[in-house]
Design a protein around this ligand. Structure first.
Ligand code: E4P
Length: 217
């Protein structure tokens, strides 16, 4: 399973990259706004900066338009920033149409805001590179987000769809483990959830004892 970090914060992207386990980045308009990125020039430059830190990894950059012609125009501009840019398109009618257009024109896509298996089938039919089910938000609405990942993984495997399942809206380290079990190809996580994987009290207790005993060596 690939690890993406879900942020537009350059320091956090650098920290995850320095860990040596980072395969890419996802952003969205809320995450970009949180970093104070405003205006087209600043947005394009910020994606460029992210691509420089990540190197070979994929960087999802989301379109802000919702009609077909504008999504295409915006997506072409985003894709021109760097060969690692993946154009993130919302799961709406014009979005599906745009994903098919991008697929036919060799521009990679991430279909975002996916909350059902039916939507995941449509994204795959349109040729999306990635499909992003938002598992944390599904949990918030009293459904089981990880169950959706497992259902999509089964459907894609039976049908032979090539679209990669990118588990999004991750809230904790357990989500990451459960998504790996359920067959996600990628998990995009906040830095805290990635670092949460490190934690186990027995590791801390064991290390403290080893360091204490090491003084007697
Ligand atoms: C995915 O690409 C989204 O950016 C993100 O995972 C949404 O997460 P949230 O539900 O924590 O906002």
């Amino acid at each position: 399973m690939k690890f993406f970090i879900d942020t537009a914060n350059l320091a956090q992207i650098q920290e995850a990259h320095d860990l040596g386990i980072l395969d890419g980045v996802t952003t969205n308009p809320s995450l970009m706004a949180k970093e104070g990125i405003k205006g087209e020039a600043a947005i394009l430059q910020h994606y460029k900066d992210i691509c420089e830190i990540v190197g070979e990894g994929d960087v999802s950059a989301e379109v802000l338009s919702t009609d077909f012609a504008s999504i295409i125009e915006e997506g072409k501009k985003l894709a021109a920033i760097d060969s690692n840019i993946v154009v993130k398109v919302p799961m709406i009618k014009d979005g599906v149409k745009a994903i098919k257009w991008f697929t036919d024109n060799n521009i990679r896509t991430n279909c975002t805001l996916v909350f059902s298996a039916g939507q995941a089938i449509l994204a795959a039919k349109a040729g999306a590179t990635y499909v992003s089910p938002f598992i944390g938000r599904i949990d918030d609405s009293s459904w089981d987000g990880v169950e959706l990942i497992a259902q999509i993984a089964q459907i894609y495997s039976i049908q032979g769809f090539k679209t990669e399942i990118l588990a999004a809206s991750i809230r904790n380290a357990l989500h990451i483990v459960k998504c790996a079990e359920a067959g996600a190809d990628v998990c995009t996580c906040p830095l805290d959830s990635i670092l949460g994987l490190l934690k186990h009290p027995l590791t801390d207790i064991g290390l403290a004892k080893f360091l204490e005993d090491a003084k007697k060596m």
